[in-house]
Design a binder for this molecule. Structure first.
Ligand SMILES: [Zn+2]
Length: 426
């Protein structure tokens, strides 16, 4: 997860048996997160732990209601039924927040992933100043805190927004759409939550496409968890994410995955970022609408800002009606997209490239030229196994990804964020 306002460092004095124990707890939680309910034998083998150690650690996690035992599964020929261990997390609440240009989405879940509530709050955030935007977010969050169920405690909050976020300490570096620049969002949220009595809590902020990519790879991709996956999607803009072993790879300062602003054509059209010929300026939804003549060029940007799904629907309908200009524009867009992906596949060598957002919706017009562009690359054995997968629907991927990242944050720091609730012996 990128853009984190980290809690006080757990330990900086050197290696101790507590560190070892903490590391082993994380391995067990990670194993259960990635493999689902597992027998104690499988956990011990998967985490490289002795059974006696593992039993003690599972007892600790049970006492914090982070794991529980499912009902026994009787195997043929076996005596005692096996009781798989699974993530529990019922008393702990994780909150995903998507700050969009026109409103704020909230999704509260248990740390185990059961949905508790969701809400859409309209808010005029487009080109808001940092202070005006902060006030809108703060007030909306205060309302949502009342919805945390009695008996549940909020332990992690993840914000997604359309902008660059520096990893430490969770500062929004620049968001053109929101008009925010150098806003110490994670620190402010942490202080606001503390004032509301929510502490300790893990707070993090990340680019919205990072979280969309996390959800796409972890939840939507119908393949075993890939070692390296690259996600490319977005709705009003082209954004991306690199997901390694089920976590977002942020790079040195949280900026990794900025695929929309790769240089595809130095003589190409101007991009909102200030460069020329970025992938965004060549295949962004506004460009596609304007160039295909589906709406007058001067209206394209306003339509994409106000109602990107309607803009995409108009483009798709024109393509499905075999409008030759639209088809030609999409074929060319697929070629540009393929060029950017070709470089990316060569640089990162992912197992999977996932297209989501509007690129996934337009897949039947984009995949063929993309695959043609990738053919040279994938003819080399190192790249031959790269799978190209498109997600065709527009699920609320960003807010769901934010909630998923908030759950991960709790599983990554269980001893700080949760407390012992019972005397489970394991
Ligand atoms: Zn650009």
């Amino acid at each position: 997860m990128s853009g984190g306002r980290s809690l006080p460092p757990r330990r900086r004095r050197g290696w101790s048996t507590d560190d070892l124990r903490h590391g082993n707890l994380l391995r067990i939680l990670r194993h259960l997160r990635d493999h689902g309910p597992s027998s104690r034998n499988d956990i011990a083998a998967g985490c490289g732990l002795a059974m006696s150690t593992m039993t003690d650690l599972v007892g600790e996690l049970r006492s914090r209601r982070l794991v529980h035992e499912l009902r026994g599964v009787r195997r043929s020929g076996a005596g005692r039924p096996a009781r798989p261990v699974a993530i529990d997390g019922e008393p702990w609440c994780a909150l995903g927040i998507e700050v969009d240009l026109l409103g704020i989405e909230f999704l509260g879940t248990t740390v185990g992933g059961r949905e508790l509530w969701s809400a859409s709050v309209p808010a005029p955030l487009l080109h808001s100043s940092p202070e005006a935007g902060w006030a809108l977010l703060r007030d909306a969050l205060a309302e949502q805190l009342r919805r945390v169920p009695a008996g549940s405690r909020l332990v992690a909050v993840q914000v997604a927004l359309p902008g660059y976020v520096a990893t430490e300490p969770g500062t929004v570096g620049w968001s053109a759409g929101l008009g925010w620049d150098r806003l110490e969002l994670a620190d402010r949220l942490t202080a606001e939550l503390a004032a509301e009595g929510v502490s300790p809590v893990a707070v993090a902020v990340a680019h919205h496409c990072h979280l969309a990519g996390l959800h796409a790879v972890r939840v939507e991709l119908e393949l075993p968890l890939p070692h390296v996956a690259v996600y490319l999607g977005g709705l009003r803009e082209v954004g991306g994410a690199v997901v390694v072993d089920g976590s977002v790879f942020g790079g040195a300062q949280g900026g990794a995955g900025d695929i929309g602003h790769t240089n595809v054509d130095p003589h190409g059209p101007g991009c909102p970022c200030g460069r020329h010929g970025c992938l965004e300026s060549l295949v962004g939804l506004t460009t596609l609408l304007a160039r295909s003549g589906v709406v007058p060029a001067e209206d394209a940007e306003a339509l994409v800002t106000a109602d990107p799904k309607a803009a995409l629907g108009a483009l798709l309908a024109a393509a499905d009606a075999a409008d030759p200009q639209v088809r030609a524009v999409l074929a060319e867009a697929g070629d540009f997209l393929g060029a950017a992906l070709d470089d990316l596949v060569g640089t990162v060598n992912p197992n999977v490239v996932l297209l989501g957002g509007y690129l996934g919706v337009l897949q039947r017009y984009l995949l063929e030229p993309v695959q043609a562009r990738l053919a040279q690359r994938t003819s080399v054995s190192s790249f031959a196994g790269t799978q190209l997968v498109a997600l065709g629907d527009l699920t609320p991927r960003v807010v769901a990804g934010a909630a998923l990242a908030a759950r991960d944050a709790c599983l990554a720091d269980p001893l700080t964020l949760t407390s012992v609730l019972s005397d489970e012996a394991g």
